[in-house]
Design a binder for this molecule. Structure first.
Ligand SMILES: *Cc1c(COP(=O)(O)O)cnc(C)c1O
Length: 198
């Protein structure tokens, strides 16, 4: 489970760490770099970049994160590979798929993800670990299930081809069960952890 700590301050993150949570997801470059810097002495923490990634921010992600879950185009992959230092382990990456091919959503169309995967698999400083998707909040649960099943099929196809692939990152606070039914093995939970009512 990745705890999505966007807009949460250091105190909240430290509370989660005290409870044994070490995987954190961040969306916004500026605030995440500040938090990573403040917590840099804790070597157990694993930072995942899960936000929309602009090309001029790829260097910061390459230098500060263990994972980038939101690769959605070739240019981003090329730049991450370029800026990831050879002295660091390869950055773990997930291809973000636009589940329902909605034009407003982030992510690559499912038909195009295979050639992106092929390219990433050849890059020495990137480790292709799988795929990520974010469902539309507006969709009802039945449509989400259909989308998740489609993603799961793509995941298994890719997994047959690339031995490094082991991660299907689906599921947020509002669709944990549906994502697990679709074989998700990484969930990204924000609200249900940090914004719960007492
Ligand atoms: C904010 C966010 C989440 C967490 O969503 P919650 O509904 O708060 O659990 C998960 N994934 C991505 C990509 C996000 O931006």
């Amino acid at each position: 489970m990745v705890a999505v700590s966007k807009k949460q301050d250091i105190i909240q993150i430290k509370k989660a760490i005290a409870l044994g949570q070490y995987q954190f997801g961040e969306n916004y470059i500026q605030e995440s770099v500040e938090k990573i810097h403040q917590l840099k002495d804790n070597k157990k923490i694993v930072w995942h970049f899960i936000g929309k990634l602009q090309s001029n921010k790829t260097k910061i992600v390459a230098e500060n994160f263990s994972w980038c879950q939101s690769i959605d185009r070739k240019k981003i992959a090329v730049l991450l590979n370029k800026y990831r230092s050879h002295n660091m382990p390869p950055i773990n990456v997930l291809i973000q798929i636009n589940i329902s091919n909605e034009c407003t959503k982030n992510g690559i169309n499912s038909a195009d993800c295979y050639s992106l995967a092929q390219m990433i698999s050849l890059m020495p400083n990137l480790k292709l670990r799988g795929i990520m998707a974010l469902p539309s909040k507006k969709k009802n649960i039945i449509d989400k299930k259909i989308d998740y099943t489609k993603i799961s099929i793509i995941f298994h196809k890719l997994q047959k081809k690339y031995s490094s692939i082991d991660t299907l990152s689906l599921g947020t606070s509002f669709d944990i069960e549906e994502s697990l039914i679709a074989n998700s093995n990484m969930i990204r939970i924000g609200h249900a952890i940090f914004n719960h009512k007492k």
